[in-house]
Design a protein around this ligand. Structure first.
Ligand code: DAV
Length: 378
């Protein structure tokens, strides 16, 4: 193979411009994490994950890897370069002077850990102890991009302490009812405190000059403030989605598909006061189609709304999960070319198609899609 020009260019400003280079996760060695405060708050009380931790069943790892490899091939056939992380041994105890945990998590969802904004790839703080070292799986790639692209900025947010002071004890009692949870999340009373900045990269959506960040279990207000100070040329907005009893990661709740169009989880609608920003700037927010399934697959801590966790390849083309028939139909009606891929058996490893990928290169520059806002919004 011959190639001309720089081997790698890191640049991605939004969720929809034509995708050219992407990281697709791996399921190797993925573990169910052991109980810890932030994870316990997210895993539903009736989940089959409760009370077990350690390596996931070997057949399920094999199956998830087959689906991830297939996704990589589908993307490569469309001319997109695909890189893969380097798994570490996740089934080992880790710790810092402040805490220790018996197992780690995995490296199936790169979207959770690495946030690409322009030529920068930023390692998120993360908010689970089991995910504190996950960035190590991406270091071989990030080091290579750093060597190959003279403009690439490799950044890491301050590693958090994750002491017990980071977590609200109220969430740690054995049974918290759904009603109680819904009230707490509507009141913005989440499991994470404001002890120190915390964010997972998957709570951030990139809209050119504007970053939309979900304030919830995995990202606190200090984390959002840290992002605003770190990206001084961006406007950083905190969004809330009442209606979600377990709010982690924005990408099964709010999915921009192309400039001017977002699908929003109808059980987690953006409140009117926060919609105004979008409406004033000509963005249409429509209800996402219902999921085709009424329960998540086995040992999966994400909700059925992974149906809307799609990967946009360009403003006319979207990859979606093949069994999510209602979502496929809605995308078709909205005028997209839809590429269905099998992925449901990989959900348990950390999510669907948006979660399992992270951008390295999309065409296009940093545009202002919200001209009708002031210099900075909160
Ligand atoms: O709806 O359970 C899942 C997001 C995974 N990255 C949910 C959110």
């Amino acid at each position: 193979m011959t190639s001309t020009g720089p081997k790698t260019r890191v640049s991605s400003w939004n969720e929809w411009d034509p995708l050219k280079h992407v990281i697709v996760g791996r399921a190797d060695g993925c573990c169910i994490p052991a109980p810890e405060p932030a994870l316990d708050a997210k895993v539903p009380e009736d989940s089959d994950m409760r009370g077990r931790f350690g390596p996931r069943p070997a057949e399920s790892v094999e199956r998830a890897n087959a689906l991830l490899d297939n996704l990589a091939r589908v993307l490569e056939r469309r001319g997109i370069r695909v890189d893969r992380p380097t798994p570490i041994d996740f089934d080992q105890p880790t710790g810092t002077p402040d805490w220790s945990v018996p197992t780690m998590f995995g490296c199936m969802p790169p979207r959770d850990v690495i946030l690409t904004v322009g030529s920068e790839m930023l390692e998120a703080t993360m908010s689970y102890r089991s995910r504190w070292f996950e960035y190590l799986c991406y270091r071989p790639l990030l080091q290579r991009y750093f060597d190959e692209d003279p403009n690439m900025r490799h950044e890491a947010a301050p590693k958090p302490r994750l002491t017990d002071a980071d977590y609200r004890r109220d969430y740690l009692c054995e049974t918290v009812s759904i009603e109680q949870r819904l009230k707490w999340t509507a009141d913005k009373f989440f499991v994470t405190t404001e002890e120190e900045p915390l964010f997972d990269a998957a709570d951030v959506l990139r809209f050119g000059r504007d970053l939309m960040v979900q304030h919830g279990f995995t990202t606190n207000l200090k984390g959002i403030d840290w992002l605003a100070r770190h990206f001084p040329n961006h406007r950083v907005h905190a969004l809330n989605f009442p209606g979600d009893p377990y709010p982690i990661h924005i990408d099964a709740t709010f999915t921009p598909l192309r400039p001017g169009l977002i699908i929003n989880n109808p059980e987690r609608r953006l409140p009117d006061d926060q919609r105004a920003l979008f409406e004033k700037n000509g963005w249409e927010i429509v209800d996402a189609a219902r999921p085709a399934h009424n329960a998540p697959p086995p040992l999966c801590y994400s909700s059925v709304w992974l149906s809307m966790n799609v990967l946009v390849l360009d403003p006319k083309t979207v990859v979606a999960e093949e069994s999510e028939v209602h979502q496929l139909e809605q995308l078709d009606q909205l005028g997209f070319e839809v590429i269905p891929v099998p992925f449901r058996d990989a959900y348990a490893f950390g999510g669907a198609l948006h979660c399992a990928t992270t951008d390295v290169l999309r065409e296009g520059g940093c545009e202002d899609y919200f001209p009708a806002v002031g210099a900075r919004a909160g």
